[in-house]
Write a protein that binds this ligand. Structure first.
Ligand SMILES: Cc1cc2nc3c(=O)[nH]c(=O)nc-3n(C[C@H](O)[C@H](O)[C@H](O)COP(=O)(O)OP(=O)(O)OC[C@H]3O[C@@H](n4cnc5c(N)ncnc54)[C@H](O)[C@@H]3O)c2cc1C
Length: 389
């Protein structure tokens, strides 16, 4: 079956006319970098001086990109997506925590989400960020191979215990854990921890997935090395393939500290590595289960073509496509309509705690050339279609 990402009727069928108009307004607003910067600045200030703005945010940008403030609210959004055969990666999106008490408190939230997901027909994935369970500075110290003192070693042991208990429950309930990739200068301990979890829980199928950011020129070789590790240790590699979300930060740090940027020289080289990585995973489908996280239509078309050439059924459980909730519905809904496994990353959590996520989305929608324009033009097209024009 052929797939077209231009079909807006399928793409937006879950949005009422009112919701579509609201999305049109929001994307038009985000299309202006000056307005977005001003919005972000004012929001930060308002939170700092405790102005009651959560309500306004909840009705606007939060509603566009998040499932709700609680698991119960997110559950309603997930159930709505299920009507259209869209799966969910249920993302407890709280960020910016830094104490041992916060990290401990996050574990039961994830266990609750896993238990909930296991009782639902369309929530196969739970994403986690290791910085939600570990101090950033601690990860950086380990990444830099510095010796830990006794307290730090205990902290690191605690991180292992937290992640282990989450992966263990996920394994028992057959829910898959996506370990997000973050800044390159904390990534080594994240990889080591994730590899250890994969070795333990990915015996029959991929329960734990590592993330490969293809804007890093080291990622393609590391993907190949990861398969080698998986083969040596006898587990199935779970590979989530993304381009990478921290490009400006990576480049600015490299520049400020005087080392060579780990990011590819240009978009074309990132795109190339992305598609090569997806091909590598699909070529090794018996040993790698793949999660294609992208809003890039070309990369999705290429992956579909490859699956068709190789006779891989669209619904094969070893390949998933995914986009963030509120973005690229034209890809998600058209893929699932054609029988491909597709799920939305659906963040939830208190408005204040998901603000870093929302700010990244707002910035991404101004800085990623073409994305906002594409979203807006598709929404405009659908508004006109519904008016019969
Ligand atoms: C389901 C899902 C899960 C995700 N999980 C993670 C995660 O765990 N970690 C993470 O870091 N990101 C994650 N992301 C974000 C992702 O990395 C990208 O930032 C985002 O999806 C945009 O890339 P794209 O492939 O969708 O689209 P595109 O618009 O085709 O690509 C934009 C991306 O290309 C790269 N790029 C742009 N310009 C250049 C340039 N000049 N030189 C080199 N590279 C360039 C950047 O990575 C940029 O974000 C996730 C995205 C999705 C959809």
């Amino acid at each position: 079956m052929s797939v077209s990402f231009d079909n807006t009727e399928i793409a937006f069928r879950y949005r009422s006319d009112k919701a579509l108009k609201k999305a049109q307004y929001m994307f038009a607003f985000m299309g202006s970098p000056a307005a977005t910067q001003m919005g972000i600045g004012l929001t930060k200030l308002a939170f700092k001086i405790s102005l009651p703005i959560s309500g306004i945010i909840k009705k606007t940008v939060f509603q566009l990109f998040c499932g709700g403030e609680t698991l119960a609210e997110a559950a309603q959004t997930a159930a709505m997506l299920h009507k259209y055969n869209i799966g969910v990666a249920l993302d407890y999106g709280v960020e910016g925590k830094s104490t041992e008490a916060d990290f401990d408190a996050a574990v039961p939230e994830f266990i609750k989400a896993i238990d909930y997901a296991a009782a639902q027909p369309n929530i196969p994935f739970i994403p986690i960020k290791i910085t939600g369970f570990a101090r950033f500075d601690l990860l950086e110290k380990i990444h830099n191979k510095k010796e830990l003192d006794e307290t730090e070693q205990q902290e690191w042991n605690n991180v292992w215990t937290r992640i282990e208990s989450i992966c263990k429950r996920a394994h028992e309930k057959s829910i898959r854990i996506l370990v997000d990739a973050e800044e390159s200068w904390i990534q080594d301990p994240i990889d080591d921890l994730t590899n250890a979890m994969m070795a333990r829980f990915n015996q029959e199928k991929a329960i734990v997935f590592n993330t490969f950011q293809m804007y890093l020129h080291t990622s393609l070789p590391y993907l190949k090395k990861s398969l080698q590790i998986a083969e040596e240790q006898g587990f199935i590699l779970g590979a989530k393939i993304v381009r990478g979300a921290y490009m400006e930060k990576e480049r600015a740090r490299a520049n400020a500290m005087g080392y060579l940027s780990p990011v590819q020289p240009n978009k074309k080289s990132t795109d190339n590595d992305y598609d090569v990585a997806v091909k590598y995973c699909i070529d090794n489908i018996d040993r790698i289960h793949t999660f294609i996280g992208t809003h890039n239509e070309e990369s999705c078309y290429k992956a579909i073509k490859l699956m068709q050439e190789k006779g891989i059924a669209p619904g094969d459980d070893r390949v998933y496509f995914s986009q963030l909730y509120g973005m690229s519905d034209n890809i998600s809904f058209n893929l699932s309509d054609a029988g491909y496994n597709c799920c939305k990353y659906l963040p939830y959590g208190p408005v204040k705690d998901v603000m870093p996520y929302l700010m990244r989305r707002a910035q991404e929608n101004t800085s990623v050339a073409g994305q906002t324009g594409r979203e807006l033009s598709l929404i405009n097209k659908e508004v006109l279609r519904r008016r019969g024009q």
